[in-house]
Design a protein. Structure first.
Length: 474
């Protein structure tokens, strides 16, 4: 007989592959809906439209602050909703359709608007889109936490989703290059702005098609036995209980430090690569962004099953520490690998980032489900939506704080997009220093915080045993 801490999953705890696949097909929606705008913001608004980096930061932070309002509300609504189809699935169905319809509106602003008016347009329609998107996203993310009670099977579910999200990230990484294709030229010139208009229509269609699949084919395992009869919890009480959960707070703070550092790679680092290594050639830089995406995707796909296997032997927190160490190594070596003499050496950093991120996304999602069990033992409630909402906001907030730092940090270095390849040597040196210092400090902080996470594999087994003794199996 196997114990609940072994790598073997009991038959009754297994999620059929078809349901894993149906859930995983929603993964690209999560990536494309949020991260396309975040990743292309600086090339789109600053490099082409010459918008001040500060304005780009205001756009990103405004949308994240709105998430901070709407995500917890939607998470609580999802937790308290009761219907014959469950708590999550009706919202997943409706939300995907609304989000797909509103996404293109962000990008279709009139070309003759001032910088300030473009900023207000994107913020306004961005708020509309993210209001619709959160109707889908919070229930979708919550659904992951109630598909199985098994410590390892949770990681196996996130593994399948991880493959699809990584492939969506591959598309995202080529988005800048795709937007510059000749088919999107404006007046005979490459135009990221015009390209993103038409690409946004494709992304909206993907959101609608893939977003509805989890609603149609994934069952809410906990709903009939536990959640349907659970008393409703108001937003403020739920928020207070969520933020008083010690393991969850550790996980959130870890995520802030980790993503604060790595967001520099995606924004500030693009400037170092473009202006210092590649001589401000946007076309070559866009191709290198694509090459980096290929390398990232290959190594991420390679390491997803490795980290899943490893987590079943040494536990999730140790796997998360290893993945953080890989990204830290990458950040610490950029001073030597980002060099005009060997531009392709930049891709070596992407190897470690791809491997590290594979472990990060795999472990964080699975560990959230363990935190929800810990919370149920403490409060007697299943509140997956509240945890998904707070963590989703923390995740997006941390990324965007990194982008927020990138804008003013660029201005502090003396960088001026109007100078293009004529940036002074002192400016390029300042940019390189910031590119090393900020990520290294942030990632070291995340490793220190991870030592405080208390839910080991053995502790998770104890929690499950106590829960089942109290309310039975699910």
């Amino acid at each position: 007989m196997t114990t609940k801490t072994s790598a073997v999953v009991a038959p009754e705890d297994r999620v059929p592959f078809g349901k894993k696949l149906a859930y995983a097909l929603g993964g690209p929606v999560d990536i494309l809906g949020v991260w396309v705008l975040v990743s292309i913001a600086y090339p789109f608004f600053n490099m082409e439209l010459k918008m001040r980096p500060l304005y780009v930061s205001i756009i990103l932070m405004s949308l994240r602050l709105w998430d901070g309002v709407i995500d917890p509300i939607m998470g609580c609504i999802s937790d308290n909703f009761r219907s014959r189809w469950g708590r999550r699935r009706p919202f997943i169905l409706v939300g995907s359709i609304l989000a797909g319809l509103t996404y293109p509106l962000i990008w279709w602003f009139p070309m003759d608007l001032s910088q300030e008016m473009v900023m207000l347009w994107v913020i306004g329609f961005g708020i509309l889109f993210y209001s619709c998107f959160t109707i889908w996203a919070m229930p979708y993310q919550s659904l992951l936490m109630e598909m199985t009670p098994d410590y390892n099977e949770r990681t196996r579910v996130t593994e399948i989703r991880g493959y699809f999200q990584t492939l969506a990230g591959f598309v995202n990484g080529w988005m800048w290059w795709l937007s510059l294709l000749p088919i999107f030229f404006l007046d005979g010139e490459p135009s990221t702005v015009n390209g993103m208009r038409y690409l946004s229509l494709v992304i909206g269609g993907i959101i609608m098609v893939l977003g509805v699949i989890p609603a149609l084919f994934v069952k809410e395992r906990y709903y009939e036995k536990i959640s349907e009869s659970q008393a409703k919890v108001n937003v403020l009480k739920s928020l207070k209980e969520t933020l008083s959960n010690g393991p969850f707070l550790v996980l959130c703070l870890f995520t802030v430090c980790f993503l604060l550092g790595t967001a520099i790679f995606d924004s500030y680092g693009r400037y170092v690569g473009t202006y210092y290594v590649l001589g401000a050639d946007w076309t070559i830089a866009a191709k290198f962004a694509g090459y980096g995406t290929v390398v990232y995707t290959v190594f991420s796909l390679m390491f997803i099953p490795i980290f899943r296997w490893l987590s079943e032997r040494i536990g999730k927190p140790k796997c998360l520490a290893i993945s953080t160490g890989l990204v830290l190594f990458s950040a610490a070596t950029t001073w030597w690998t980002f060099t005009p003499k060997l531009p392709y050496l930049m891709l070596a950093n992407t190897v470690f980032i791809g491997a590290g991120y594979a472990g990060l996304w795999l472990m964080l999602a699975s560990m959230q489900a363990d935190v929800v069990d810990f919370d149920e033992l403490k409060t007697g409630e299943r509140r997956e939506g509240s945890f998904a909402a707070i963590f989703s906001w923390i995740l997006k907030f941390a990324f965007c704080v990194g982008f927020l730092i990138s804008g003013p940090l660029l201005e502090l270095t003396g960088f001026d997009a109007a100078l293009e390849a004529a940036q002074p040597e002192s400016v390029l040196c300042n940019m390189r220093i910031g590119y090393v210092a900020v990520p290294v400090v942030s990632l070291l902080g995340s490793l220190i915080l991870l030592k405080c996470f208390p839910i080991t594999r053995e502790k998770a087994a104890e929690i499950r045993t106590e829960l089942e003794a109290r309310r039975g199996t699910v």
